[in-house]
Design a protein around this ligand. Structure first.
Ligand SMILES: [Zn+2]
Length: 473
């Protein structure tokens, strides 16, 4: 018995040592060069957000070392004249491709489809997306995160949410006790967040959220269909922290008035529930419902893995739903009112795009979202805040990222134009700092062209329908 206790203690201790090693690895993934950006206009995205013109920013190891202090010797100088520096962007709703098999074929068989992690991450980095919140994370995403932390792959920081779905999705949680077990299991597996999903019944939804609070895990997610036709206030349960898209609200009502949007906003405010408006996804859905050509002609489709290119074109779930277009359009219009009302009432909103669903391309989509948020009534600054400081706050990593301040991780984007003047300027990327690693425009272009070349060379090897058929046999 004593031996067993010692053994357990040893395992626990070595586990903790591993955790410590991880934090040293965190610092291993940066390089040893000290960078100085000179004469740059810094948009710090702090609450005051006072632009610091003509500033000198020193990046040492993986941190913002100083702003407007002395320049260390032997540093690499980056010219910031007429350029603008903003924090790296955060996409709060993504689905990153990861290796996978839908079921075990035989023990020791690897995944049916494997991906090059760098190619999966390059579109994020090329777009200055330095943190992502994966809302359907699997074990493989922990592997990706480790590759990035080790420095083997240049990629964003990854926050991972485990989906708890209800009757149709994995893990099946039909009862409150199923739900609580699923939360505890997710905690043990190492997830930081829980995503509640569409098929949970009311009691299980409540139990999952309650258990998540006990386990100190924040909850993001959908509003289950079980709540349709029920009083709106029933949806807002304490500790339900973040709604995954505005669509969750538009599905609850036929009343697409501003008054209804305000009612949602007040309930969210009282409950402390934040919102990911996710305007991009509905725009993408409408565009695909109209014509498959709108997918084929996406300018950045070439950066999408050929299996997904094939799936989005040959097995598109939205194409052909022409009859639903007026309904989708009404929803999209209502989502803009929701953004307006949530702004008016003062409910924090964070940018997220559903990157990875058909037609929504990782990294690029966040710039679409920023533009749509501005069209819906946010100022350029508010849109940027939703994709920087507020995302970091919700994830509780705002002491590390989300603003440009001394001591924070150096996740930064150097822009050719001022995004406070024109939100489209977030696309004019001159270079990106990813955890202190400088990736200039030419390196970004090279990384993107690597992805494109590989995708083009391997296009013929991937056929979504064939893959599905092979699983049936
Ligand atoms: Zn999603």
């Amino acid at each position: 018995m004593k031996f067993l206790k010692l053994l357990i203690l040893f395992i626990v201790v070595s586990f903790n040592l591993n955790a410590q090693n991880n934090s040293t690895l965190e610092s291993n993934r940066q390089n040893n060069v000290t960078y100085v950006i000179k004469n740059v206009n810094v948009i710090p995205m702090t609450k005051e957000n006072k632009v610091i013109e003509n500033a000198t920013v020193v990046i040492k190891e993986n941190k913002i070392h100083s702003i407007n202090k002395s320049i260390p010797e032997n540093s690499v100088i980056i010219d910031g004249i007429n350029k603008w520096l903003i924090p790296g962007l955060i996409d709060m709703h993504v689905h990153t491709l990861a290796d996978g098999s839908p079921f075990v074929i035989y023990p020791t068989k690897g995944p049916l489809v494997s991906y090059n992690t760098q190619y999966n991450m390059t579109p994020y980095i090329a777009n200055g997306v330095t943190t992502v919140f994966d809302l359907a994370a699997r074990t493989e995403h922990f592997g990706q995160r480790n590759e990035i932390i080790r420095g083997d792959v240049i990629g964003p920081r990854m926050a991972l949410a485990k989906v708890i779905g209800g009757k149709k999705s994995n893990p099946i949680a039909k009862t409150p006790s199923d739900g609580r077990n699923a939360v505890r299991f997710a905690k043990e597996e190492g997830y930081e967040f829980i995503k509640v999903y569409t098929w949970l019944n009311e009691e299980t939804f409540k139990a999952v959220i309650d258990e998540a609070e006990k386990q100190n895990m924040k909850v993001v997610g959908h509003i289950p269909v079980a709540f349709e036709g029920k009083p709106t206030k029933d949806i807002f349960i304490p500790h339900f922290g973040l709604i995954a898209h505005a669509e969750e609200l538009s599905k609850q009502t036929d009343d697409y008035s501003y008054k209804k949007a305000q009612e949602f906003a007040h309930l969210a405010k009282e409950n402390g529930t934040w919102l990911i408006p996710n305007l991009t996804n509905m725009v993408a859905i409408i565009s695909q419902a109209k014509s498959i050509k709108n997918v084929e002609n996406l300018p950045n489709l070439k950066y999408v893995h050929p299996l997904m290119q094939n799936k989005w074109i040959t097995s598109n779930g939205y194409f052909g739903r022409k009859k639903l277009i007026p309904y989708f359009q009404k929803q999209a219009d209502f989502h803009k009112l929701i953004v307006k009302a949530f702004k008016e009432v003062g409910v924090p909103m964070v940018s997220g795009t559903d990157a990875g669903i058909s037609g929504v391309i990782w990294g690029f989509s966040l710039h679409d979202e920023l533009k749509l948020l501005v069209e819906a009534g946010l100022t350029n600054e508010e849109a940027l805040t939703s994709a920087t400081r507020l995302g970091a706050e919700w994830l509780e990593v705002d002491d590390k990222i989300g603003t440009i301040e001394t001591g924070k991780f150096a996740d930064l984007i150097l822009l050719e134009g001022n995004p406070l003047g024109d939100i489209n300027n977030t696309r004019k990327i001159s270079g990106v700092f990813v955890n202190g690693k400088w990736i200039d425009r030419s390196k970004i272009d090279l990384m993107l062209s690597d992805v494109e070349k590989w995708n083009n060379a391997n296009k013929e090897k991937y056929d979504w329908k064939e893959l599905l058929n092979s699983l049936k046999n």
